[in-house]
Design a protein. Structure first.
Length: 637
């Protein structure tokens, strides 16, 4: 069904009016983001036909290049909204590797032709405005203390009214910053409003970490251009306060509007418009923040006070490169990381005084170095990541991000467990809302066999970033390493309901079914993997085949894996697992020694990986544990 046709349909308890862009469930409006609404129109009007992915992308995003992952995310969003309170996939069926089919019976009530330009919005309000990249990001702190002014008095009143026992362990209120709207009318400028939003989230995380948590960027960005109401967003994210606003620039002036909403009663607690000269924005930022703090007598933490009173100039071209680097870092794929490193190296070359530039570079290099097919040799990437993190800390010890990146290098590459925990805990102390620090710390805790703490930490990351697919998948990983296989399978299924094409969740299912010797289910999980997983070749299935008894097939695959290992792939650990399952312990320990020499990151879970259970009784296994300093308790390494 073309988006140019505007019918009214009925399916199940829903009434879909394309002309009015209105979806109702039993007379109550159900709000959808614009592109999710367009997608629903196409699917509902397809007459039950299979809609190929390419056709859906052309219909819903006719003038844009959009990856299939975005389509999958919107399908997942529709399923979540349509199936609320129901059970099972009632409306949209996934046809693997092809597309989607709307399976609910649809009744056409009426039909009308469009009177105007169709579904595409009017961008005429853009006028002559054009966003400046650096000004969007650095202007964010103008709002921070003003937001604190609205939230903090209510928090103080709430806490002071509690009993002494309650005050000893106050509960946190949660806040979400929705993507600031780009009012230029130029979609290409969304990149800069996203950077502004991310800066807000990062800075607010330091505001009052004892009493207030902030939802992470990944989850917040799901609500760009959303038509969901504040109450619906708050339910999905579990927050009590929401910040929303817009940005625009005209000539040398930047205009920022923001408001703070209390979800409980939809009260607009605070709203402010800023219209400032752009050329002195850093100086203005400090002046406005100081004036607000003095006026409302905020009681900020010493760390927050230091951050907001610090004033520094910035090379604008460098800041521009930094924003682009962070954008590509947030993609977390191989190509994105290559671009992120390039932009962030440009930023630090142009301005070596900004700690956030080095922190961003450390983040990008650390993740790049953890890939099995890192574009930069793993030792080089990790050493450069460490140097960048240490430089960032030397410039700003109160920034959480470089501490977390340094902790990742110490854990994933150096195997310096004491230093890793120290850095993770410092990052969390500085910004308890930094989901990535909790995420990585969960892996450290599992490596130390502190299973309950690890699960609590990964759940905390999930609470802070509830829509992050990778964090949800890694909840399953922690359950897997804790031998809670049924729960791990259920968690993987939950992730795949949101995005059936998220291969990492299928890979986790593959591992779980292999350990449980469930060959048919393992094969099904393998078929769901449509592409290489961060460079891991799909021929690296020898461990699973060996575990389910396909010994000859596993041995053939091992030959291919050894060939790829000789070409630079880090597959020694995977081969050791396969040989262990085949009962060839000598070969298993041979390849584990090679994996240790290469400092493969997956070895950090040597003590907890179920796939290595066949080797644990062998005295050589204890020797490996000692080589990695895993035999010593924390604080003794």
């Amino acid at each position: 069904m073309s988006l140019k046709t505007r019918p009214v349909w009925q399916f199940g308890p829903y009434r879909l009016d394309a002309a009015e862009r209105l979806l109702q469930r039993e007379g109550v409006e159900v709000r959808l983001p614009p592109k999710a609404f367009d997608l629903l129109i196409v699917l509902a009007g397809s007459g039950g036909r299979l809609m190929q992915k390419e056709d859906l992308l052309k219909e819903v995003w006719p003038d844009s290049f959009v990856e299939e992952s975005s389509l999958a995310q919107h399908i997942s969003m529709l399923r979540r909204i349509l199936q609320e309170g129901e059970g099972g996939a009632l409306y949209i069926e996934t046809v693997p590797k092809q597309g989607y089919r709307f399976v609910s019976p649809v009744t056409l009530i009426s039909q009308a032709e469009p009177a105007g330009e169709g579904l595409r919005g009017d961008s005429s309000s853009a006028g002559g405005f054009r966003i400046s990249r650096w000004q969007l990001a650095i202007a964010g702190s103008l709002l921070l203390l003003a937001i604190a002014a609205a939230v903090w008095p209510r928090l103080q009143a709430k806490l002071s009214s509690r009993s002494p026992s309650a005050q000893a362990a106050p509960s946190k209120v949660m806040l979400a910053v929705l993507p600031f709207e780009n009012l230029t009318g130029d979609a290409a400028q969304d990149f800069f409003s996203d950077g502004f939003t991310e800066e807000m989230i990062t800075q607010l995380g330091h505001l009052d970490p004892v009493h207030m948590g902030v939802i992470a960027r990944t989850s917040a960005m799901h609500y760009r251009d959303t038509k969901l109401g504040v109450d619906a967003i708050a339910r999905e994210l579990g927050v009590q306060y929401i910040v929303e606003g817009s940005v625009r620039r005209s000539g040398d002036r930047i205009r920022i509007s923001a408001q703070l909403i209390q979800v409980r009663d939809q009260t607009h607690l605070w709203a402010q418009n800023y219209d400032r000269e752009g050329r002195d924005v850093l100086e203005i930022q400090g002046q406005v923040a100081s004036a607000i703090a003095e006026q409302i007598e905020l009681k900020l933490t010493p760390e927050a006070t230091a951050r907001f009173t610090r004033s520094a100039s910035v090379n604008l071209q460098a800041y521009d490169a930094y924003l682009q680097g962070r954008y590509f870092w947030n993609r977390r794929d191989r190509q994105g990381l290559v671009k992120a490193v390039r932009y962030l190296e440009e930023a630090v070359a142009l301005d070596s005084t900004q700690p956030k530039f080095y922190a961003g570079l450390a983040d990008a290099l650390a993740i790049m170095g953890s890939l099995p097919d890192s574009p930069v040799p793993r030792p080089q990437a990790m050493e450069r990541a460490r140097a960048a993190a240490l430089k960032a800390i030397s410039l700003d010890e109160l920034s959480a991000e470089p501490h977390a990146s340094l902790g990742f290098v110490e854990m994933h590459y150096d195997w310096n467990w004491v230093a890793a925990e120290r850095e993770f805990r410092r990052a969390i102390e500085l910004n308890p809302s930094y989901a990535t620090a909790h995420h990585w710390y969960a892996y450290y805790l599992m490596a130390m066999e502190r299973q309950d703490e690890s699960l609590a930490e990964i759940r905390r990351a999930e609470q802070l970033d509830p829509l992050s697919l990778i964090i949800q998948r890694d909840v399953a990983d922690m359950l897997y390493f804790a031998r809670r296989y049924d729960e791990a399978i259920a968690q993987c299924r939950k992730v795949l309901e949101r995005d059936p094409q998220f291969e990492l969740a299928s890979f986790s299912l593959y591992q779980i079914y292999a350990v449980r010797r469930m060959a048919p289910e393992m094969d099904e999980a393998f078929r769901a993997m449509q592409a290489d997983l961060h460079g891991l070749p799909l021929t690296a299935t020898a461990p699973g085949d060996a575990m389910v008894g396909r010994k000859e097939k596993a041995r053939r695959e091992l030959v291919e894996m050894q060939r790829q290992e000789s070409q630079g792939k880090n597959l020694a650990h995977a081969m050791a697992i396969a040989y262990a399952a085949l009962g060839d312990r000598d070969q298993a320990f041979h390849w584990l020694d090679i994996a240790i020499q290469a400092r493969e990151g997956s070895l950090i879970l040597l003590k907890t990986d179920p796939m290595l259970d066949p080797l644990r009784a062998d005295p050589r296994f204890s020797t490996l544990i000692k080589k990695m300093s895993l035999s010593l308790p924390p604080g003794k390494a």
